[in-house]
Design a protein around this ligand. Structure first.
Ligand code: G6P
Length: 607
């Protein structure tokens, strides 16, 4: 949700800003721009569209400067055109600002500024910040920033340069992510560590309401009253190799193919002597025994994992569970108390609604556990306990490997809670663990369905009416399969619990409709066959995903994708593979921008 980068040092800032923006582009990509110092003034260049367009514009201008800020935007206030693109300068060009977040009181602030004679050029909430900085300036950009922050409501991380203080970048964080790093060539600030890793692995993390002054030799932190805060950098053990496609046409394809490896890494991180071990996380057995209700809260694909978690934890641990979309959870006054466990699932660890749900749960005394992919992300830092997925950095906006690793953690967690409650014997746990250990091999086999998915994508590409159906834990997989198809290929599809279709939606089924039926879960296989017959009788083209030993039974299906046999509970991990490949190849046939689908952003840091 918008990416911020800043550099000040001994070298030309422009290539650093462009490289940083390239890494951050997954956060938003409808417009972009940079501001640098030029002959004692601030020079800003921006455009609608991608970083490549900005880069071409910059080449023509031949800009060089030792300090600058840059931004890649996901529009919230105002159309994605060059006028609304960041950076935004104040009226006289004294300040230039890049912003990630939303200023909720921008309308009242703007009204007052207009009365005071300020003229606005854009429709954005951000321009208000630039004008306020100018209005509050009396010789110190840092003091002006402190005063401005006290007038703002909402969420924001800011990167600011001031004409009178060349060589410095002023920053602040409030509920939107921001990190900084010191390298040999100079100092950096950015929305996330992926943009900084190519330059430095020693990262400074901001807390909320902290300001910083970034200079080439040093990075200084302050509280809102101007008192200096001493901080040390944390060394991050992430390689920057994730930034290469390594022979794949798109990052999404690379990440789909990485799944056996990252799932193995995730599972192995929590095995010890043939049993599940969460000894390094602060998840206390006694507390689990007192837990009377669990809420699994997340957004997007992570919410689909939460739904799978509800089925599995209820089945194995017999604790009532609810899966909630974070943006609903936080406004529906859920009954929370000290015996409630709230599990937040998030790849980025920065999703604004998931973070707000976590804070709500903590405020009301619930215990919190997060399942997060990015170490040191805000959700990871603020939760009582954290289980990390080991997916590594994910670049494609549509998640694949992080989703699969989250599912793997859910399998582990469901069994762990069950065992803490004495519902799973040591022997049963060891058997479960041994089956889980072979999941990566089964996923490898499932990846071999790629030619079938490719063939099917040709049929899907021509279809207008697509349904995904499943029962039990296969139902959330149907939702995730449908989302994968929609978000990258822009084809309309819907997911249904297979038994629910006949309560209305079946009226949409006609000749040419495609129904993708997930039938790997043995416990509901026969029910799925009945549902297949129902839609077949009404003219649908049926695609069935079945375990290899049941493929003969999937009579009535027009197209069968046979998948490796697995423990019932793990079928989501196997079934999602051909569905990810199906979304990918359908989008490819349609010539879509697979890694950066229109209107989306990977990390959604606004509500
Ligand atoms: C965005 C992404 C989705 C993701 C969701 C939640 O909408 O496009 O792929 O599932 O955010 O993100 P999180 O980082 O919290 O898992």
């Amino acid at each position: 949700m918008c990416g911020i980068i800043g550099y000040t040092g001994n070298e030309n800032a422009v290539p650093y800003l462009l490289k940083g923006l390239g890494s951050l582009e997954y956060r938003g990509y409808d417009s972009c721009g940079i501001s640098v110092f030029q002959k004692g003034k601030i020079k800003t260049l921006k455009c609608s569209g991608r970083i490549q367009t900005l880069s071409e514009k910059l080449c023509k201008n031949n800009l060089s400067s030792e300090t600058g800020i840059g931004h890649t935007r996901w529009a919230t206030h105002g159309k994605p055109n060059s006028r609304n693109a960041h950076p935004h300068e104040s009226q006289s060009g004294l300040f230039s600002v890049v912003h990630n977040g939303i200023i909720e009181n921008h309308a009242s602030l703007k009204e007052k500024l207009v009365k005071d004679g300020f003229v606005f050029k854009s429709e954005t909430d951000t321009e208000v910040i630039a004008q306020l900085l100018e209005q509050n300036y009396s010789g110190s950009a840092l003091s002006s920033l402190s005063k401005t922050v006290s007038q703002l409501e909402g969420s924001f991380s800011l990167g600011i340069i001031c004409r009178e203080e060349e060589g410095k970048i002023f920053c602040v964080r409030k509920q939107s992510p921001l990190v900084a790093a010191k390298a040999e060539s100079g100092s950096f600030v950015a929305s996330d560590i992926t943009a900084l890793l190519p330059f430095s692995k020693d990262i400074f993390f901001f807390n909320d309401d902290e300001l910083a002054v970034i200079e080439k030799e040093k990075i200084s932190f302050f509280d809102l009253s101007g008192n200096e805060i001493k901080k040390t950098a944390e060394t991050i053990d992430f390689s920057a190799s994730h930034q290469e496609k390594e022979g794949h046409e798109f990052f999404m394809h690379k990440e789909i193919m990485q799944q056996p490896h990252v799932i193995k890494e995730t599972i192995n991180a929590y095995f010890k002597n043939g049993r599940i071990s969460f000894e390094n996380i602060n998840l206390n057995k006694n507390e689990l025994q007192k837990t009377s209700r669990i809420y699994l809260v997340a957004c997007g694909s992570a919410y689909h994992v939460a739904l799978s978690g509800k089925y599995l934890i209820e089945e194995m641990a017999k604790i009532p569970c609810e899966a909630d979309i974070a943006s609903e959870f936080r406004y529906r006054n859920p009954p929370l108390n000290t015996n409630t466990l709230v599990i937040i699932i998030s790849q980025s660890g920065e999703t604004a609604d998931s973070l707000a749900a976590l804070r709500l749960a903590k405020n009301q005394g619930a215990k919190t556990l997060s399942v997060v992919n990015v170490p040191l992300s805000t959700i990871a830092q603020e939760s009582d306990s954290v289980i990390f997925t080991h997916a590594g950095p994910e670049i494609a906006v549509a998640t694949t490997k992080a989703y699969s690793c989250q599912l793997a953690v859910i399998y582990l967690l469901a069994a762990y809670i069950s065992s803490c409650l004495f519902l799973l014997s040591e022997e049963e746990e060891k058997d479960y663990v041994s089956k889980l250990s072979s999941l990566d091999e089964k996923i490898k086999q499932a990846l071999e369905t790629e030619p079938l998915a490719k063939k099917l994508s040709e049929i899907l590409g021509k279809s207008k009416n697509i349904f995904f159906i499943g029962r039990n834990t296969d139902y959330p997989v149907a939702m995730e399969g449908s989302l994968k198809l929609k978000e990258i290929s822009y084809l309309q599809s819907e997911a249904y619990g297979a038994g629910e279709l006949k309560h209305g939606t079946i009226s949409l089924i006609e000749k040419g409709s495609v129904v993708i039926a997930l039938c790997c879960r043995k416990s509901v296989f026969k029910k799925m066959l009945s549902n297949i017959r129902e839609v077949k009788a009404r003219g649908a083209f049926v695609v069935a995903l079945v375990s290899e030993n049941q493929k003969e039974l999937a009579e009535g299906a027009d197209f069968i994708i046979s998948l490796p046999e697995t423990e019932n509970r793990f079928s989501p991990s196997i079934e999602i593979i051909p569905l990810q490949l199906l979304g990918y190849h359908t989008a490819k046939i349609k010539g879509c921008d697979i890694d950066k689908p229109r209107n989306l952003a990977k990390s959604v840091t606004v509500e």
